[in-house]
Unconditional design. Structure first.
Length: 401
């Protein structure tokens, strides 16, 4: 690629701009106004925050999935004298933003299955995808990776763990063969807030406790996933697709300090690790500037202040969601889609105090055991499996509530 091709200002669409990843992305972009231009911002219904983001970053487009919220945003922008920002509504508009010609990079940060279609569209259009929406790979890994290949897109992981693995892989890992000597991915996990709890203590966990992560500031759904270790299970599936690694070559390592973000083990005995303070601006800045490096606004790691780092094996008895994720990865087909859908429904029920913490895994296990697996080679098949799993999960929750 020529110098002129890489030096122009990159247009960016941030899908999920009002979430923690979206906000962090805007913080990094603000440090480099000469490199990046915000073209589109999206949110579901957070009018106030998206309004402030629009006023500051002046995108060409603002999308609110909720139609009434879009109307409110348009009115508020007009009151501010902002008539040049085009306000759109509906889920289809997310796909349109991902496909815009002036968009070079798409930050895919919409939580859950709702982010799937726009991520696929970005892949088909050959964009650089900054993937923070792990569900896109969990639900439809084969479809997304195929779309990336056919569209000539770049898929760069934003999850701190997968970004760390990406940084620790050999330069030619995409053409992996035995000579590269990759033995194993060591996927680190903080363990969440309950990693030392007994099975008895886990019976009485509340949504408020589950949402208080010791190291990371995250949304409520992903915080619960971290507490059950389902988040790590989804990351195992994501890592398998991203790096062409089977389940037996991906090991979860509980590392409560969240300083080592993941490691790659090689056949010569080397283990490469990426370290840094637990701040999502680091992987975001890495993916924005790759293959170069740029400022993220994150303080340098002070290894002397840390003192020591600890590690232990994951406990699959106390955290059965992690085991279920490994099982789904090995089963293949629509099993990961079913796992993800059942988990989303179960977590929502837990957050609404309609389900006990330990019953999240019970619901997922039931749905996985009841539904027949299908090939996940079309979007229709993926959506059908997702819908069936959600329906069955709701039925199971009603029997436990």
């Amino acid at each position: 690629m020529t110098e002129s091709a890489t030096s122009h200002i990159k247009g960016i669409a941030i899908l999920g701009a009002t979430g923690s990843i979206g906000q962090s992305t805007l913080e990094v972009i603000a440090l480099h106004p000469q490199k990046y231009k915000v073209i589109a911002l999206s949110a579901y219904s957070n009018v106030e925050l998206l309004l402030q983001q629009c006023l500051r970053f002046q995108p060409e487009y603002a999308v609110m999935v909720d139609k009434k919220s879009a109307q409110q945003l348009e009115k508020r922008l007009a009151e501010e004298g902002e008539y040049t920002i085009h306000v759109l509504s509906g889920a289809k508009s997310l796909n349109d933003m991902a496909a815009l010609e002036q968009v070079d990079y798409v930050m895919a940060a919409i939580v859950g299955a709702a982010g799937l279609a726009s991520t696929l569209k970005a892949a088909e259009k050959g964009k650089r995808i900054l993937l923070a929406n792990k569900e896109s790979l969990v639900m439809s890994g084969a479809l997304l990776m195929d779309a990336v290949d056919k569209g000539g897109a770049e898929l760069l992981p934003i999850d701190s763990e997968h970004n760390a693995i990406f940084q620790c892989m050999p330069e030619l890992w995409k053409n992996r063969d035995e000579q590269l000597g990759i033995e194993k991915i060591l996927l680190t996990a903080s363990g969440g807030p309950f990693w030392e709890y007994s099975l008895e203590q886990l019976k009485y966990v509340t949504p408020e406790q589950a949402c208080k992560h010791p190291n990371w500031n995250m949304g409520r759904k992903i915080s619960v996933d971290s507490a059950t270790m389902m988040n790590k299970g989804l990351e195992v599936i994501e890592a398998s697709w991203l790096f062409s690694m089977p389940a037996e070559h991906i090991e979860v390592v509980v590392h409560p300090q969240s300083i080592i973000h993941s490691m790659v083990s090689y056949s010569d005995g080397s283990v490469l690790a990426q370290l840094g303070n637990p701040d999502m601006r680091t992987p975001i800045a890495h993916a924005l500037a790759w293959p170069e490096r740029t400022r993220s606004g994150v303080d340098a790691l002070d290894i002397f202040a840390i003192g020591k780092l600890t590690f232990q094996a994951a406990d699959l008895q106390r955290f059965p969601c992690l085991r279920l994720a490994y099982d789904a990865l090995r089963s293949g087909k629509t099993a990961p889609t079913i796992l993800n859908a059942a988990n989303e429904v179960a977590v929502a029920a837990f957050l609404q105090q309609q389900l006990a913490f330990q019953d999240i895994a019970v619901v997922i296990d039931f749905v996985l055991s009841e539904l027949n697996l299908q090939d996940a080679n079309t979007l229709d098949a993926v959506i059908a499996a997702d819908k069936a799993a959600r329906f069955l999960a709701q039925q199971k929750i009603s029997t436990l509530h």
